[in-house]
Design a protein around this ligand. Structure first.
Ligand SMILES: Cc1ncc(COP(=O)(O)O)c(C=O)c1O
Length: 391
């Protein structure tokens, strides 16, 4: 008798991140050679702002940690909407806001609300690897547009028009993006939104790093129109990755669909995290978040300058987040092998380009600079020694 196949084709087809192999190698190496310097981490190294922690402690002491409304506590949805008014001058009705389990939960729910099997979503290559899975787990089909430094690693209107087909429903972009940290200029975003509108689709913008832009305070691209869907999160802005809380702003019809889906799939997001997150919009928390943003910028400036001295190229400097997408083709023909050797021989961890797509992936790797300056300095020193030995 053939054994029962317990795993779906989808589950079997979902690939792990290549960086997991590096992490396993680093874990095996550390007992003998000491701690690694990680430049792979996609999360802040800071604690959440103190008011958030105090609010969580108070909520725990008070009790009543029950399910909340499936779209989130009304007070939190209102605080999110008010923050758009304060920060972006945008009037967002709370009927357009859904609190989700991180941006991840938001992306998943948006795809569930939007896609029939076979429907396509266009996204750039390289981009955040999980985006592929949010689409395909819903039976959707990913269509990638290869992008490079010439367009700031963001899709052009022409490329979107060319890729668009009868089954295409959406364009998904991020600004600033992961892995490049590059933003879409407002006029470019406007043209993209208009194009997608004309083609009868929706534009989904992942703005999880919007508040970590290095210069000025760029406004949310929700200003492009009420039909735009924006994904956001407490994870990166407020150093709250483990609290699993984010939000979606979408047209009310989609929020109603998200509500039905979310009721069934999740009931609600964490009540404790929501009560804590209410404090994230207090002035003290906003000041802490601002200080974190400055730190990422300083750390990035240091690391990316040093890496370029050592032969890494940065064809498009990041506008925000805490990443740099570096071209290492002057040092290697295979960025994945380079990452493995760097891990094994020097204990420095960087993410290979192939984790973000296929286009020119062997030329690129991503560095993240969430770790403190002293650690980044140690990493640069080790890299220098490694390159002296191997080049
Ligand atoms: C572009 C992008 N979107 C979404 C996410 C998921 O974030 P969250 O922790 O809010 O689920 C990440 C996490 O790294 C990301 O880089």
């Amino acid at each position: 008798m053939t054994p029962v196949q317990l795993l779906s084709e989808r589950a079997q087809a979902t690939r792990p991140f290549y960086v997991m192999e590096l992490l396993a190698r680093a874990a095996a190496r550390e007992p003998l050679k000491g701690p690694s310097v990680s430049m792979v981490v996609g999360e802040p190294d800071f604690p959440p702002p103190p008011p958030v922690v105090r609010a969580a402690q108070a909520a725990l002491a008070q009790g009543g940690i029950h399910y909340t409304h499936t779209l989130g506590m009304p007070e939190l949805r209102e605080a999110i909407a008010n923050d758009y008014l304060r920060r972006d001058g945008l009037q967002i009705s709370i009927d357009r806001v859904a609190v989700t389990a991180g941006a991840s939960g938001g992306l998943l729910l948006v795809m569930a609300a939007l896609l029939n099997p076979g429907d396509e979503v266009i996204m750039p290559d390289p981009s955040y690897p999980c985006n592929r899975e949010f689409v395909s787990v819903m039976g959707g089909v990913v269509k990638t547009i290869p992008v490079d430094a010439a367009s700031g690693f963001q899709p052009t209107v022409d490329a979107v028009r060319q890729a668009w087909g009868p089954r295409t429903r959406a364009l998904l972009v991020a600004s600033p993006a992961n892995p490049t940290g590059t933003m879409i200029a407002t006029d470019q975003a406007q043209s993209l939104a208009q194009t997608v509108r004309e083609l009868g689709g929706v534009m989904i913008i992942d703005e999880i790093y919007q508040r970590l832009a290095f210069e000025g305070n760029p406004k949310s691209l929700l200003s492009l129109g009420d039909d735009v869907i924006s994904i956001n999160s407490f994870s990166k802005t407020f150093s709250m990755t483990g609290w699993r809380l984010g939000w979606v702003v979408a047209p009310t019809r989609m929020i109603a669909a998200i509500e039905r889906l979310s009721q069934n799939l999740f009931i609600s997001t964490s009540s404790l995290s929501q009560r804590a997150a209410l404090a994230a919009f207090e002035p003290e928390s906003l000041a802490v978040a601002e200080a974190y943003r400055q730190k990422f910028r300083e750390q990035g400036r240091y690391l990316l300058t040093e890496l370029q001295r050592l032969g890494f190229q940065l064809p498009a400097a990041p506008d925000g987040a805490f990443y740099g997408y570096c071209d290492v083709s002057a040092l290697t023909r295979d960025s994945f092998q380079f990452c493995i050797d760097l891990c094994d021989q020097a204990g420095v961890l960087m993410t290979p380009g192939r984790d973000f797509g296929d286009y020119q992936a062997e030329k690129f790797l991503r560095v993240s600079y969430t770790k403190p300056l002293e650690l980044l300095q140690e990493g640069v020193h080790r890299l220098k020694v490694f390159l002296e030995k191997t080049q």
